[in-house]
Write a protein that binds this ligand. Structure first.
Ligand SMILES: *Cc1c(COP(=O)(O)O)cnc(C)c1O
Length: 464
C-alpha cells in the first residue's frame, strides 16, 4: 500500500545548542493537525506533494467549488480520511459561492469574501474545524483556545460553530477591539464562548500559552487553531486550482496575485503550483511591511520590528509566520525570531515569485482608480493585491491570464470606501444579522490563576 504523506518540522536541522531540541521525527496529518505546531516550535511540512495533471484540473470546469476541494484534499488525505467522510466535510465547509469577476482583458478578481465572516480565512478555518472534529479521540471533547486582536477570532469562532465535539474559547483584549468586532465575537454562541480580558492582546496570548504548557491542565485536551496549522494551509491550495479550471484556455499559464501578511494564503498557491497548476508567476504584494520584497531584491532578510500600521491591517506583519515554509521549500531555514540559518535559493524563488510593497497612498489611489476605470469596489487588502498585479504587468510587459484575490468584503471597511468613493458598500447577508444577535462575553482579569480556575470550572472533556 502507498505510504501516506508524513509531516516534518522546519526546525529539524537546527543546532540543539539553541535551547530547543530539534524534532527529527515525522507525524501523520492527524497529528500535525491536532498538535498545530511541531514540538521544536517549527512548522509542519508535508514530505511529499501529490500531483495533479492539467487534465485532472480541467475536469473541474463548471463544477461546484466543493468538487475542487474534494479533489485536492482527497490527494493529501488519501488513507487518512474515508471518501464519504471527506465529501461531507467539504460540502459542510463550502455552502457559499466563490465569484470570479471579470475586470478587463484577461484579468479577473476572485472574491473570497462570501463566507460567514466575509474574509478568505473562512475557507481554511471551516475545513480545519471539521477535520479536527473528525480526528478527535473518540468520545472526547477538544477545547480550542484562541487569542485574537479582532478578525481572526471571529473567523475561527464562526468556523467551529455547531461543529461536533469541539468547544471554542476566544480571548480578546477588552479595550482593543472595535464595537463591531466585539459584537461579532460575543454573539457566536453555542459551543463558542467569548472571554473578554481586562488587558492587552499580549496578555490574551500569554494566558493561552500558559494554559497550553500547564501540565496540570493536560486533561482538558487543548488544541490550537492558529494560522500556522497545516490544516489551514491545505484548504488554501484549492481556490487557485478552482479558478484556473474555470478560466484557463488550452495549456494556458496563470498569474496569481495574493495580498500577503503571514504568507499562508500565498503558500497555498506555491503548493498548488508544485501539485501541477501552471502558475507563471505568484505575485505577493505586501503593504509597507516590505521585508519580503526587500529580501527578493537584496538576498538579505531583515524582519521589520515593530511592524508598520497600514490600512490593510490584517497584513501588518513584520516577520511572516509562514516564511519558514517558503524558505524550506527553496532550501533555506529561518526560525520564529527571524534569524536566517541558511539562505534559500533566491534565484529559484525569483523565477516563481514576484513581490512589491504597496504604500497606503498607492492603496487608496488604487481603490479610486479601480472604481473609476472598471466600476469595481475593492477594500484595502484586495487593493494591495490589484495594484501589485498592475505593477507586475507593467514590468513584465505581458498580458497573461491573471487572477487577483479579494480577501475581505468592502463592507468591512465602510469608512475608507465612503471617504474614497463616496458610496456606502452594500452589506452582505452574513454581516446583516449582526444587530439582532445577542450574547455576552465572560469578563476576566489578565491573571493566570483566575483564568485557570475558569477553565477548570467550565471546560468539558467528554461528549455528553
Ligand atoms: C489574513 C488576511 C490577509 C493576509 O493573509 P496571509 O495568509 O496572512 O498572508 C489578507 N487579507 C485579509 C483580509 C486577511 O484577513
Amino acid at each position: 500500500m502507498d505510504k501516506g504523506i508524513r509531516y516534518y518540522s522546519t526546525n529539524r536541522n537546527l543546532d540543539a545548542a539553541g535551547g530547543v531540541i530539534p524534532f527529527r521525527e515525522s507525524v501523520t496529518f492527524r497529528e500535525a493537525l491536532l498538535r498545530g505546531q511541531a514540538p521544536d516550535e517549527g512548522l509542519f511540512m508535508p514530505d511529499r506533494i501529490p500531483r495533479l495533471t492539467v487534465d485532472d484540473i480541467m475536469a473541474l470546469r463548471g463544477r461546484p467549488y466543493a468538487d475542487a476541494a474534494m479533489k485536492v484534499a482527497g490527494l493529501f488525505l488519501a488513507g487518512e480520511v474515508k471518501e464519504d467522510v471527506l465529501s461531507r466535510i467539504v460540502a459542510e465547509s463550502y455552502p457559499f459561492e466563490v465569484p470570479l469577476e471579470h475586470v478587463v482583458e484577461r484579468l479577473y478578481i476572485m472574491r473570497l469574501d462570501r463566507g460567514p465572516t466575509a474574509s478568505f480565512k473562512d475557507f481554511a478555518a471551516r475545513m480545519m474545524a471539521r477535520l479536527m472534529s473528525h480526528f478527535r479521540p473518540e468520545g472526547r471533547r477538544l477545547n480550542v483556545l484562541v487569542a485574537t486582536s479582532g478578525d481572526t477570532g471571529s473567523a475561527v469562532g464562526e468556523a467551529f460553530r455547531g461543529v461536533a465535539g469541539i468547544d471554542v474559547y476566544i480571548l480578546y483584549p477588552r479595550d482593543e477591539v472595535s464595537g463591531q468586532q466585539k459584537k461579532q465575537l460575543d454573539t457566536i454562541g453555542g459551543n463558542v464562548s467569548a472571554v473578554s480580558i481586562d488587558g492587552k492582546f499580549d496578555d490574551c496570548q500569554n494566558l493561552v500559552k500558559n494554559a497550553f504548557s500547564d501540565a496540570s491542565l493536560a486533561y482538558l485536551n487543548f488544541t490550537s487553531a492558529n494560522s500556522i496549522n497545516f490544516g489551514r494551509i491545505l484548504p488554501q491550495t484549492v481556490y487557485y486550482i478552482y479558478a484556473y479550471a474555470q478560466l484557463a484556455g488550452q495549456r494556458e499559464e496563470i498569474v496569481v496575485s495574493v495580498p500577503s501578511g503571514n504568507f499562508g494564503n500565498a503558500l497555498g498557491c506555491e503548493y498548488a503550483r508544485r501539485m501541477g497548476l501552471p502558475v507563471k508567476k505568484l505575485v505577493m504584494p505586501t503593504n509597507e511591511n516590505e521585508e519580503f520584497p526587500r529580501f527578493l531584491r537584496t538576498g538579505r532578510y531583515e524582519k521589520i520590528s515593530p511592524s508598520r500600521a497600514c490600512l490593510s491591517n490584517a497584513m501588518n506583519v513584520g516577520h511572516p509566520s509562514n516564511l519558514a515554509r517558503f524558505f524550506e521549500l527553496y532550501g533555506g531555514t529561518v526560525d520564529r525570531t527571524g534569524k536566517v540559518h541558511r539562505n534559500p535559493d533566491v534565484e529559484a524563488m525569483k523565477r516563481n515569485i514576484w513581490s512589491v510593497a504597496v504604500s497606503d497612498e498607492m492603496t487608496k489611489q488604487c481603490i479610486r482608480d479601480a472604481h473609476e476605470r472598471y466600476g469595481i469596489i475593492l477594500e484595502p487588502h484586495g487593493a494591495v493585491g490589484w495594484r501589485g498585479l498592475e505593477l507586475y504587468l507593467e514590468e513584465s510587459k505581458e498580458r497573461p491570464l491573471c487572477v487577483s484575490l479579494e480577501t475581505a468584503h468592502p463592507a468591512k471597511f465602510p469608512e475608507e470606501i465612503i471617504e474614497l468613493l463616496g458610496i456606502v458598500p452594500e452589506v452582505p447577508a452574513s454581516m446583516r444579522d449582526l444587530d439582532t444577535r445577542t450574547g455576552e462575553a465572560v469578563q476576566l482579569p489578565a491573571r493566570y490563576d483566575t483564568f485557570k480556575e475558569y477553565l477548570k470550572d467550565t471546560l468539558k472533556t467528554l461528549d455528553s
